[in-house]
Every structure is written in C-alpha cells, then in structure tokens.
Design a binder for this molecule. Structure first.
Ligand SMILES: Cc1cc2nc3c(=O)[nH]c(=O)nc-3n(C[C@H](O)[C@H](O)[C@H](O)COP(=O)(O)OP(=O)(O)OC[C@H]3O[C@@H](n4cnc5c(N)ncnc54)[C@H](O)[C@@H]3O)c2cc1C
Length: 483
C-alpha cells in the first residue's frame, strides 16, 4: 500500500485504508473507459448523458440490480427560476431571487458562490433536459412549496421521480458512447501516488475488477442508509423511518475524504413530516402548504406546519407515538389527486373521509371535541379574527367534507458531503481539486446549511442534476483537451 498521505491510515471517515476503499494503481486493469460514473440516480444519469454528449465514453456503475434511487422515489420537482417554461407561464424571476430564497431558508449558511452558481445553472439545466435529453417536464403552477417566492418547479407530468429517471435512463441507453451496468457496486477508487484518481474497483459476479478511466464522477448519494454515519452526524434522526434508497451508504464521501477531500455540512439533511403510516407512502406537503393542518393524537396542532416539512418532521416525531394526522378538505383532496403517490395512498386506504369534523375524528380515532376546537381556532385565524397562536400566516378555512391521513416524520436524504468547485471537482482542504474526481448530488456538500431546517424544496434535485450536468460537461471537455 502506498505511503502517500492520501492513503494514510489517518485519512477517511473511519480512519482505515480498507474502509476507505482506496486501492493503489498497480497497472492491472479489466478494461479502459473515459469516464466512470458511480451511481445511476439523477446525478449519475445526468452526468453520463452530459459526458457522452461531450464526445467521450462513459460507464455507469449501479450497485442495485433493480435501481430504486432517491431520484426515482422523489417527486421529480426540479427548481429553476428564469427558465423559458417559467417565462411562458408569465413569471419573470431571476436565478438570484431563487438563490435568495435558498439563503433565507438556510440562514445564509450555504456557500454563496455555489448557491448562486447552481441557481444560475438551473434554467439551462431544465431547458437542456427537455430539448436535448428528451425528458418530459411540465411547469408546476398550482402550488408552491414553503418559502418559494414564485412558482418555479419543473416536474414530469406524473410528478414522480420514477418518470424522470425512466427518461434519463432511456437517454443513457440510447447513447452509443454510454453504458449502464447494474448489480455492479463500486467498492473502491484506484489512486496513484500523487493522490489522483486512476480508476474504480467494481464487484461483479462474485469477482472484483479494476476499471481504468480518465475521470470518476461520484454520484452515489449520501449516507442516510448508513445508520452508523447517521448516528454520528444527524443523531436526532437515527431512530426515524428512513424513506430513501437502500444503496445510499456513504462510501462516496468516505473515499473522497480518504483522498484528502474536504467535507461540509455533514449534519444537514432532508426530512419530511408527512409519510403515511403504516403504508409508507409520501403524502404531498402541498395539502398542508395550501391550507391543511396537522394535529396530534390529542387533536391539537403543535407547530406552524408551513415553516418547512423538513424541520417539521422533528415536531411530528416529538408527538405522542411519533405520529400526527394531516387534516384537509375536498379542495385539497382534489389537489392531492394530481400526485401518483396520493392516488396510491387512496387505494391503500390511508386517506380517511368524514362528512363532518366529528365524523372524521371518529373515523381517525381522535378526540372529537378537541379536533372541533382546533378547527375553530384555525378558522378564526383564517378569518383574521385573531392571530394563529402557532404563528402560521396563511391559515385557510377547511370546508367539510374533511379528510385525514395518519403520518410520521421520516429521513429522506443527507445534504452534507464533499466540497466541490463550480465544475463539481472535489476539493481538498486547501481548495485544490483532487485530480480526476468529481462529485454531485448527495455526495457533495449541499445548499441546506445545517440540520433539517435549511432544506429548501428542490435543493436535492438541484444539486443532483445541476452538479451532474456540470461534472459531465467538464469531464468531457478536460478529456478532449488532454487534461
Ligand atoms: C421521497 C422523496 C421525495 C423527494 N422529492 C424531491 C423533489 O421533488 N425535489 C427535489 O429536489 N428533491 C427531492 N428529494 C431529494 C432527492 O430525491 C435527492 O436529493 C436526489 O435524488 C439525490 O440524487 P442522487 O443522484 O445524489 O442520488 P440517488 O438518486 O439516490 O442515486 C444514487 C444511486 O447510487 C447508487 N449507489 C450507491 N452506492 C453505490 C456504489 N458504491 N456503487 C454503485 N452505485 C451506488 C444507489 O443505489 C442509487 O441508485 C426527495 C427525496 C425523497 C426520498
């Protein structure tokens, strides 16, 4: 094993070479390619398409036999202020205004340049996805997530990440220079004595092979499926339901660290306050932001639901039994019907209807008198008769029939990771890039500051697809230019 500092026992999350997954370049290779992308979620597929379009050969390695990434599980909502789709909807908004919303949510903690850069990349990204990749996206102008100053989400018509991934995967598979290999986990990086990346070790068919390449893109998400890392960095979520992909075990971050890569915001994550239990189906937060409320087992509201679904997840977990009930009316029920997840929840029997508040309380097993008092107070705030005691500003009357769903708070993904530059190259502590190594999505430091409260809807796919595009384009350009 090399004595280079990047491979030293001190490097890496666990402080050991074996766990860091670094292997020295010994010149033995199973095959060569230009770019290896680790992970076939939104970041990996985007990077692969961008690199292949840039004229280089790409191999995507995917750990899972049947990939079910976070991107596939997501709502597929990609934020972009200033896209031509937003303009066509009559909205004139600058990327800087979107960045300002992101800053406000994370308390101005995220990296200023990275946040502005990704916000400015976003309109090009969604236009490229539609025009040059063939992804079907529509502009979402019927609901806003908390803190969004304007409508700016772009999503598949089904509002599912599965459709987004299907379109991206189709583009990868159709490209003659790109190949996706599933059931093929990357298990380490091959580095030279100078700490530059030379290849990837992959486990396939019971054997380990080394693939030599010019560039590696780490697109294997964060560490939310790694309980040990969650316990260390986000301890308040270690017992919570995890609602993301099982493949996201943090090795990409550890490999980057072992090569001297700097990390940031390791305590940041996206949680969600509205996952149906016991069904395990996401209930869109649009039901809440557009007027619905959450009550606990005592029939009482317990916090301003509209600050953000991520931090509100902790409030839900603090309630008796770690659960709450979304309560909303027919207008919101119809809004929910636009989401595949919500329709699944209906089919699964997670959504309960009551012709009156008392009937709903009865059907949900909640105290009817307390629920009636909660609704009365909420309506008084909606009418302007008195301020909402929990500080909510957009209270709205809920008209019977009413609906309810029992939900819990869940961990969706982590937002901390390797520091990267404007081309998604992984940076060392001194700001210099690690040769040939890129990272995006959950592997890279996100835009959400610290903890759960800085997560702003769209930050996940913005950093996944945005850094994927930047990494793929830069990797191809550097290879073409012989760098
Ligand atoms: C339910 C849900 C809804 C969400 N909705 C939204 C939304 O609407 N908008 C938004 O912006 N964000 C949303 N998010 C967040 C968003 O999904 C993530 O931030 C984003 O998908 C991360 O993309 P990624 O490419 O980094 O990771 P992923 O999409 O998770 O892809 C990583 C892939 O890498 C693979 N992998 C891991 N390790 C290895 C390895 N060693 N070798 C090979 N492959 C490996 C994994 O199996 C996986 O397929 C949501 C998240 C969840 C859970």
């Amino acid at each position: 094993m090399s004595s280079h500092p990047a491979l030293s026992p001190e490097a890496g999350e666990r402080g050991s070479i074996a766990m860091a997954g670094l292997v020295r370049d010994t010149g033995e290779w199973a095959f060569d390619t230009d770019v290896v992308v680790v992970g076939s979620g939104g970041c990996g597929l985007t990077a692969a398409i961008a690199a292949a379009q840039g004229g280089v050969e790409v191999v995507v390695l995917e750990k899972q036999a049947r990939p079910w990434s976070n991107t596939a599980r997501s709502g597929g909502m990609v934020p972009a202020a200033g896209s031509r789709f937003q303009r066509a909807a009559g909205i004139i908004e600058s990327p800087e205004a979107m960045a300002e919303d992101i800053f406000r949510k994370n308390g101005y903690a995220s990296d200023r340049e990275a946040t502005l850069h990704l916000a400015r990349t976003a309109p090009r990204l969604v236009e490229w996805l539609v025009d040059e990749v063939g992804v079907a996206l529509v502009f979402i102008d019927d609901f806003k997530y908390p803190g969004h100053g304007e409508y700016r989400m772009h999503a598949p018509p089904s509002r599912t990440g599965a459709a987004l991934v299907a379109d991206l995967r189709r583009a990868v598979e159709a490209h003659p220079s790109a190949e996706l290999i599933t059931d093929a986990p990357a298990v380490g990086l091959v580095a030279d004595d100078a700490g530059g990346v030379r290849g990837v070790v992959v486990a396939r068919g019971g054997a380990r092979e080394r693939i030599r390449c010019r560039k590696v893109v780490l697109a294997c998400n964060g560490f939310a499926a790694n309980r040990e890392m969650v316990a260390r960095h986000c301890p308040e979520m270690v017992a919570a339901l995890y609602f993301g992909g099982e493949g996201n075990t943090g090795e990409g971050i550890r490999w980057g660290q072992a090569l001297g890569g700097a990390v940031a915001f390791m305590d940041a994550y996206q949680a969600h306050a509205s996952v149906a239990v016991p069904h395990g189906i996401l209930i869109t937060y649009a039901l809440i932001t557009e007027g619905g409320i959450q009550v606990n087992a005592e029939g009482r509201r317990f916090a301003d639901e509209t600050r953000g679904y991520s931090e509100h997840a902790l409030d839900v977990l603090r309630q008796p039994g770690g659960v709450a009930w979304d309560v909303y009316d027919d207008r919101l029920h119809r809004l929910g019907g636009q989401f595949d997840d919500y329709r699944q929840a209906l089919e699964a029997g997670a959504v309960v209807r009551g012709e009156t508040a008392a009937a709903l309380a009865d059907a949900l097993g909640l105290p009817a008198t307390a629920l009636a008092a909660t609704l009365e107070a909420y309506h008084a705030a909606a009418d302007g008769a008195r301020a909402d005691p929990l500080g909510r500003h957009d209270c709205r009357r809920l008209a019977p029939p009413l609906y309810g769903v029992k939900v819990t708070g869940a961990l969706f993904h982590t937002q901390g990771g390797l520091r990267v530059d404007a081309d998604a190259r992984v940076l060392r502590e001194d700001g210099s890039p690690i040769p040939n190594l890129y990272a995006g999505g959950g592997v890279a430091a996100g835009l959400s500051g610290h903890g759960p409260g800085g997560y702003f809807s769209g930050n996940g796919l913005l950093t996944a697809l945005g850094y994927g595009l930047l990494a793929g384009r830069h990797a191809a350009r550097a290879i073409r230019e012989g760098r």
